[in-house]
Design a protein around this ligand. Structure first.
Ligand SMILES: *[C@@H]1O[C@H](CO)[C@@H](O)[C@H](O)[C@H]1NC(C)=O
Ligand SMILES: *[C@@H]1O[C@H](CO)[C@@H](O)[C@H](O)[C@H]1NC(C)=O
Ligand SMILES: *[C@@H]1O[C@H](CO)[C@@H](O)[C@H](O)[C@H]1NC(C)=O
Ligand SMILES: *[C@@H]1O[C@H](CO)[C@@H](O)[C@H](O)[C@H]1NC(C)=O
Ligand SMILES: *[C@@H]1O[C@H](CO)[C@@H](O)[C@H](O)[C@H]1NC(C)=O
Ligand SMILES: *[C@@H]1O[C@H](CO)[C@@H](O)[C@H](O)[C@H]1NC(C)=O
Ligand SMILES: *[C@@H]1O[C@H](CO)[C@@H](O)[C@H](O)[C@H]1NC(C)=O
Ligand SMILES: *[C@@H]1O[C@H](CO)[C@@H](O)[C@H](O)[C@H]1NC(C)=O
Length: 728
């Protein structure tokens, strides 16, 4: 109690000598009070409140010092609280109030700096708590650190008193002290500030193109030049190479390390990253060492390379890079490039050689390494006159010509087509192709076939990828392969044909990319054997006939190109999602299950059993068998006859039977196709017309899948249509 009185006297005495004393006030419960310290003198308290831009200093009982801009109820304007209210119930809320003399606004509140980019920031704040009129706000930005040699003078901006946010444009990768203050007619108030740093910018100077000093074998020496950068630190330089022989268009955003580039099929990669101080030394590309985490892989000795230099600027996890132009294509700078080895001269006749560039890595997986299939051919002069004959090369199937014995096999030049058509054909960059190694579609004569996808204009197209390993093919097989590829090349694009999309080549592998659909007609037909009420197929008759005419149209196209299919059957027709049939299984597009190979005996024309000689009219026979297959929903032709008896009995006149649900007209069409005299058989052009007549005939029912009492499905015996694969 004694202590309290002493304190009170002390406080009152102070109040009396101080001019700023305003009296004893009861605090407003809602006042924003700024509490300073537990205990201080009146002058200390006033000083603290002044420095914090508060208008009033409050001394409470026990000398607590508070600051505020708002006054409560006045109890006395002359006497100190100690004298005013001896018997007040609570002295807690009473303060002796002193004016601090502050006439400047306080600091703006809630300063926020957001959306920091490489060139701008967004600043926002709130009005300070102030009793003086604010005439303006001032924002200043002092550069603390920058990489820029451009103007580094500090920024200072003024804004009207009703502006509370603004965007400021700054230099990249620069540290600023951004402060905001309010201005009254008496001057500037206290500032609030934040230290921020803009993001690293894209280097503002493009490096100059490296100079190739020397190229020999797997190495290349280049001279580089440093470059200025105002938009961030010069952290490193990167050197990249482009294998020109891959004819890919360089997209610098795809530049990656050597191994990543190989995996993803890019013809270009970053070969080294060097510190800025090393830029002055001549650099050797291809020495196999590691530079800044990049393998400086040996170059392919015979390939042409372009080189480019990038400047890398890194700061706070953000990395920016600018690339120079690459060295000129076949530029004069590229010296000492070894010539391609001359292929050895060989014996007369046409030699198709596939010489292989020496790869650095072997093609381990399907999506293997990049490179080129170098195809060369030479024709000895005395035979050239024959191959110059265009008629000859465009004539019917190669085997047919061989068999008729008019022209020796060597005279057919698949390479002609390959080279000619390669120009029309899409040479697909490997990075656009994704092969599904686990989804095998089967095995062809020259390698395996997998499903995959092709990226084309942002779409993913299902494809079949035929992987042909150059190493495993002998010369004879290469010739055979090119002939079959040639057949596909010649068949061009047609809606009802499994088209060749393009090829993709790596040093030792040729990928042949074909259109693909996952359903085949045989499975579609068998799968439609599903009892709906009153029906024995869930397929519409019109759908079945549309597929038939689609196949006929595709065959008409092949017929017009004098391409003989030889293996036409439902199994070799792909069905797209839109029920469009696509003819497959001819030329290079022949592949089948790992364990089972189709046995085409039941589809083979009678005369072929005798002559082994195929012409388009043989396909017409097979087409009618296929038509019957469609009508009977995938049943096996001549299911009651064992395989070994088929040739004999067909030659003696065995024909497939008419079923009750196949009209006479439709069956007659089939019978016409099974005439022994080839001239009596219709052409595919005739068949398309005849099928269209049947489809458009609305008066008669030509195919009827309605159930009738004694109906039975035609039997399907897989083992009659498929044989176990012999050793492959
Ligand atoms: C004093 O202030 C306290 C809290 O600020 C409040 O609870 C109390 O009611 C006030 N007393 C008077 C008398 O105003
Ligand atoms: C910050 O940037 C985002 C997206 O860029 C934008 O939506 C937002 O309005 C910006 N904020 C300010 C305060 O400018
Ligand atoms: C802003 O300035 C105008 C005149 O310049 C004044 O009338 C107004 O009161 C000011 N506003 C504030 C919040 O000080
Ligand atoms: C930032 O600027 C304010 C006002 O201009 C100043 O008070 C403060 O000390 C500065 N801070 C730094 C870290 O420079
Ligand atoms: C800043 O970044 C943007 C977006 O990333 C970019 O478009 C712009 O070129 C950059 N500017 C500088 C100077 O780096
Ligand atoms: C780089 O090679 C050039 C040409 O051979 C030569 O003039 C230059 O001195 C070399 N520079 C260095 C640093 O070795
Ligand atoms: C940089 O990125 C890494 C991983 O993305 C992260 O762990 C690290 O905290 C980041 N550092 C900074 C300074 O942002
Ligand atoms: C890069 O190539 C373009 C066009 O080919 C040319 O306009 C530009 O000047 C070149 N830049 C340098 C730095 O050589």
């Amino acid at each position: 109690m004694v202590l309290l009185i002493i304190f009170m006297i002390f406080g009152a005495a102070n109040a009396l000598v101080d001019d700023g004393y305003l009296g004893c006030y009861e605090d407003r419960p809602d006042a924003h009070l700024f509490k300073n310290s537990v205990s201080s003198t009146v002058n200390e308290c006033k000083g603290i409140c002044q420095r914090n831009f508060y208008r009033y200093a409050l001394i409470r009982t026990k000398n607590n010092c508070w600051c505020t801009n708002f006054l409560g109820n006045v109890l006395s304007s002359t006497r100190s609280c100690a004298h005013v209210c001896d018997d007040c119930p609570s002295k807690e809320n009473l303060s002796d109030v002193y004016a601090t003399g502050v006439v400047l606004p306080g600091p703006p509140q809630d300063l926020k700096i957001s959306n920091i980019t490489n060139t701008s920031v967004f600043v926002s704040w709130r009005e300070p708590e102030s009793y003086v009129e604010i005439i303006a706000y001032e924002i200043s930005a002092k550069v603390i650190h920058t990489f820029s040699r451009l103007s580094t003078s500090d920024f200072r901006f003024r804004f009207s008193n009703n502006t509370f946010s603004t965007q400021l444009n700054f230099l990249p990768c620069t540290k600023y002290n951004v402060s905001v203050l309010a201005i009254s007619s008496h001057g500037k108030g206290n500032a609030v500030y934040q230290i921020i740093e803009t993001l690293v910018g894209i280097p503002d100077y493009v490096p100059s193109t490296p100079t190739i000093l020397k190229r020999s074998g797997k190495k290349m020496i280049v001279q580089l030049q440093s470059v200025m950068n105002n938009n961030g630190p010069t952290s490193a330089y990167q050197i990249a190479v482009v294998n020109e022989d891959m004819s890919q268009v360089l997209q610098t955003e795809n530049l990656k390390s050597y191994s990543e580039a190989m995996d993803e099929g890019f013809a270009y990669y970053v070969t080294a990253e060097i510190p800025p101080q090393d830029i002055k030394r001549n650099f050797t590309i291809g020495d196999g060492r590691l530079y800044g985490g990049f393998v400086n892989a040996p170059l392919e000795p015979y390939a042409q390379y372009q080189v480019l230099l990038g400047i890398v600027s890194r700061h706070n996890n953000v990395s920016r890079i600018v690339w120079s132009n690459s060295t000129e294509t076949h530029g004069e700078a590229a010296v000492n490039i070894l010539p391609l080895p001359e292929p050895n001269e060989e014996t007369p006749g046409l030699i198709i050689g596939l010489s292989v560039a020496i790869g650095l890595l072997s093609c381990l997986l399907i999506a293997g390494i990049i490179g080129f299939f170098i195809l060369t051919r030479r024709v000895s002069n005395h035979r050239r006159r024959l191959t110059d004959n265009q008629e000859l090369t465009m004539q019917g199937p190669i085997i047919e010509i061989e068999n008729t014995g008019y022209v020796p096999e060597e005279e057919i030049t698949p390479t002609n087509h390959y080279k000619n058509l390669k120009q029309q054909l899409w040479n697909i960059p490997q990075n656009l192709i994704k092969i599904e190694p686990t989804n095998s579609l089967g095995i062809g004569k020259f390698g395996r076939v997998n499903s995959g996808t092709l990226r084309k204009d942002k779409n993913f197209i299902p494809i079949a990828v035929y992987t042909i390993s150059d190493k495993k093919l002998g010369v004879e097989n290469k010739k055979a392969m090119l002939k079959e590829l040639d057949i596909l090349l010649r068949s061009k694009k047609h809606d009802n044909i499994q088209s060749l999309i393009g090829t993709c080549e790596s040093p030792d592998t040729l990928f042949v990319i074909l259109e693909y659909a996952s359903m085949n007609l045989k499975d579609l037909l068998l799968g439609s054997r599903d009892a709906l009420p009153g029906r024995f197929s869930n397929m519409q008759e019109s759908q079945a006939l549309d597929i038939s005419v689609g196949v006929a149209k595709g065959m008409k196209h092949l017929e017009s190109l004098q391409i003989v299919h030889k293996q036409l059957c439902a199994r070799n027709i792909l069905i797209t999602n839109g029920f469009v049939p696509k003819i497959s299984g001819y030329g290079l597009a022949q592949y089948c299950n790992r364990n089972m190979v189709p046995d085409y005996t039941r589809w083979t024309a009678a005369e072929v059993f005798r002559t082994q000689h195929y012409v388009s009219k043989c396909d017409v026979w097979s087409f009618a068998i296929l038509l019957w297959e469609i009508c009977v929903l995938g049943g096996t032709p001549y299911a009651s006859v064992p395989n070994n008896e088929i040739p004999e009995r067909v030659m003696r006149g065995l024909r497939l039977i008419q079923l009750r649900y196949i009209s006479d007209d439709l069956y007659q069409l089939m019978l016409n196709c099974w005439q022994l005299d080839l001239d009596e058989r219709p052409t595919f052009k005739d068949l398309v017309d005849a099928l269209n007549v049947i489809i458009e005939d609305k008066l008669n029912v030509h195919l009827n899948f309605n159930l009738y009492p004694e109906f039975q499905y035609e039997q399907f015996y897989p083992d009659m249509e498929l044989a176990a694969r012999t050793v492959y």
